[in-house]
Design a protein around this ligand. Structure first.
Ligand code: ZN
Length: 103
């Protein structure tokens, strides 16, 4: 599973490096796993309440990473980037990832 993701990420960078370069220069944020920028990368929203969500990783990475790694990236976003308390998000994030991953 992760081997396939590594290959997919390498291919995205080979064919999309210039889109990432543009994204970085234009100030777009990026997928925490593959570092591809949001100007051309499809994100996957993880809801942590009825109306708010986050997207620590892109759809491609979400589909190929194990739940624990996705949750780790969500925690990184909450704690390191937002400076918020993970305990306030943990339960909902895990529920949401479970649902999106199909149980
Ligand atoms: Zn990604």
């Amino acid at each position: 599973m992760e081997r396939e993701l590594q290959i997919r990420i390498a291919l995205r960078w080979i064919f999309g490096w210039w889109l990432n370069l543009y994204g970085w220069l234009a100030g777009y944020s990026h997928c925490r796993q593959c570092k591809c920028t949001w100007n051309w990368t499809e994100h996957k929203v993880i809801y942590y309440n009825a109306s708010s969500g986050m997207f620590p990783v892109c759809k491609m990475c979400f589909d190929h990473l194990p739940k624990q790694k996705i949750i780790r990236w969500a925690r990184y976003l909450v704690e390191e980037r937002w400076g918020k308390n993970w305990a306030d998000y943990e339960k909902k994030v895990i529920e949401s990832v479970d649902i999106l991953k199909g149980g």
